[in-house]
Design a protein around this ligand. Structure first.
Ligand code: FMN
Length: 171
């Protein structure tokens, strides 16, 4: 898919087909995250890839909005450092957003859907994924082929009006 088409076709997918995703494609998504830019090139992330059905189902319990993880072909856990410093925390969140979008666009290019989930139950997440005490599971990205319809360019996205969002030269 053209980059511009992948960008316009990407959407949150929360219902996945049973079609498996190859390990090469999963590795490509992980490479996309790995290549993402970050403040000071600190690369604050670690990625935990999960493909085991039982583990996916248990992981889906970390937040009431994470149900889509249960039926995904895979999930990528974005693990980040815990920090008390507000500025550092902002930077980490920005970096995670960049990695997420790189993964989502790479997925769209392959016809794969991504679903985001935040994480509430850090204790359960740590028990399932085994990351160290000084880290947290910031987000989960479900991965799989969409169950409803293939990804295609969305002509009218659900967004605030373009001219309301864009300020030319001055607010
Ligand atoms: C930081 C972040 C957290 C999100 N958390 C969840 C979530 O926990 N569960 C969920 O179903 N969707 C989640 N979403 C998906 C958003 O609801 C979705 O991106 C938004 O409605 C726009 O829709 P689109 O991605 O299909 O364009 C999250 C998205 C972002 C960027």
């Amino acid at each position: 898919m053209e980059t511009w088409d992948a960008l316009r076709a990407r959407r949150n997918v929360r219902s996945f087909s049973t079609q498996p995703v190859t390990s090469q494609d999963l590795d490509r998504l992980l490479e996309a995250g790995w290549r993402a830019p970050s403040a000071g090139n600190r690369q604050p992330w670690d990625f935990v890839i999960v493909t085991d059905r039982d583990q996916l189902q248990r992981l889906s319990k970390v937040w009431r909005g994470a149900g889509h993880v249960a039926g995904a072909a895979a999930a990528i856990g974005l693990v980040a450092p815990q920090t008390q410093d507000a500025y550092h925390a902002y930077l980490v969140q920005y970096d995670l957003g960049q990695a997420s979008m790189a993964i989502a666009l790479t997925a769209a290019d392959l016809g794969l859907g991504i679903g985001h989930a935040v994480v509430e139950d850090q204790e359960l997440a740590r028990e399932l994924l085994g990351f160290p005490e000084d880290r947290l599971l910031a987000y989960i990205l479900s991965v799989g082929y969409p169950a409803d319809r293939p990804l295609r360019v969305i002509k009218r996205p659900d967004r605030r009006p373009f001219e309301q969002v864009v300020h030319r030269g001055r607010w």
